[in-house]
Design a binder for this molecule. Structure first.
Ligand code: AP5
Ligand code: MG
Length: 217
C-alpha cells in the first residue's frame, strides 16, 4: 500500500501513522522527522533545514525531493510506504507521481486529516515530542505514563523548536497556501479521503481504518 498522510500542523499525522504502518506492514516516512534528525546530527542538510523549520517555512523542494527519492529506493519500500508530511507542494506531488510512474506504480490513496486552526493551536501548545523516537504526546489528551519521558522508548520529552506561536502561525499559513492545493491535486485523481480529525484519537484511528478498507491495493 502506498499512502500519503496529510493535514495541517498538529492534525495528528504522527499519532495516526503508528496504527497505519502496523496494519499494512509498511515504513513510516516522515520528512519532518528525517529533517529534525539531520538537524540533531548537525549535517550540512540539517544546518540548512534548521533555518527554514525554526521559522515555520518549507524547506526548498529540491532538498526534500532528493531526500525522499533516496529513502524510497530502500528495500523496505518495495511493498509500500506511508508518507507523512510529504508532498507538501504541488511541485513535490508532481515529482513523486513522476518518480512512481517510472517504477510502474502510483499512490493508492491520500488520507487528509481535517482539523480547524483553533483546535490545532491548542494541540500544538500542549504537545510534547520524544527526542529519541519522535513519538507525540499531549499533556491533556495523550499523557505519558511517566511525566517527561516517552512511553515507547523512555526518551526525554521536549517541546519542538517550531512549536512556538510565531512559527505555528507561519506553518498554518503555509499549509493553507502550499499544501491545500496538493490535496486538491490528488482529489482530482479520485485518491483523496477526508477524515474528521476533531474526534478522539481512537475514533480518528477507526475512521481512517474504515476509509482505507475501501482502498484497493
Ligand atoms: P512536520 O514534522 O511534518 O510537522 P507538521 O506538518 O507541522 O505536523 P506536526 O508534526 O506538527 O503535527 P502532526 O500532524 O504530526 O500531529 P501530532 O500527531 O504530533 O514538519 C515540520 C517542518 O519540517 C515543516 O514546517 C517544514 O519546515 C519541514 N518540512 C517537513 N516536510 C517538508 C516537506 N515535504 N517540504 C518542505 N518542508 C518540509 O499531534 C499533535 C498533538 O495533538 C499531539 O500532542 C497529539 O498527542 C495530539 N493529538 C493528536 N490527535 C489528537 C486528537 N484526535 N485529539 C486530541 N489530541 C490529539
Ligand atoms: Mg508530525
Amino acid at each position: 500500500m502506498r499512502l500519503i498522510l496529510v493535514g495541517p500542523p498538529g492534525a495528528g499525522k504522527g499519532t495516526q501513522a503508528t496504527n497505519i504502518i502496523e496494519k499494512y506492514g509498511i515504513p513510516h516516512i516522515s520528512t519532518g522527522n528525517i529533517l529534525r534528525d539531520h538537524i540533531r546530527r548537525k549535517t550540512p542538510l540539517g544546518e540548512i533545514a534548521d533555518g527554514y523549520i525554526s521559522k515555520g517555512q518549507l524547506v526548498p523542494d529540491d532538498l526534500v525531493l532528493a531526500l525522499v527519492t533516496e529513502r524510497l529506493k530502500l528495500d523496505d519500500c518495495k511493498h509500500g510506504f506511508l508518507l507523512d508530511g510529504f508532498p507538501r507542494t504541488v511541485v513535490q506531488a508532481e515529482a513523486l507521481d513522476q518518480y512512481l510512474h517510472e517504477l510502474g506504480c502510483q499512490i493508492n490513496s491520500l488520507v487528509n486529516i481535517v482539523v480547524p486552526d483553533d483546535v490545532l493551536v491548542h494541540r500544538i501548545s500542549e504537545r510534547r515530542t520524544c527526542l529519541d523516537c519522535n513519538a507525540s504526546f499531549h499533556l491533556l489528551y495523550k499523557q505519558p505514563k511517566k511525566p517527561g519521558f516517552c512511553d515507547l522508548c523512555g526518551g526525554e520529552l521536549i517541546q519542538r523548536s517550531d512549536d512556538n506561536e510565531k512559527a505555528v502561525s507561519k506553518r498554518l499559513e503555509v499549509f493553507h497556501h502550499n499544501t491545500a492545493p496538493v490535496i486538491e491535486f490528488y482529489r482530482k485523481q479520485g485518491l483523496a479521503l477526508d477524515v474528521d480529525g476533531t474526534q478522539t484519537i481512537d475514533k480518528v484511528t477507526t475512521s481512517i481504518e474504515v476509509a482505507l478498507n475501501r482502498v484497493v491495493e
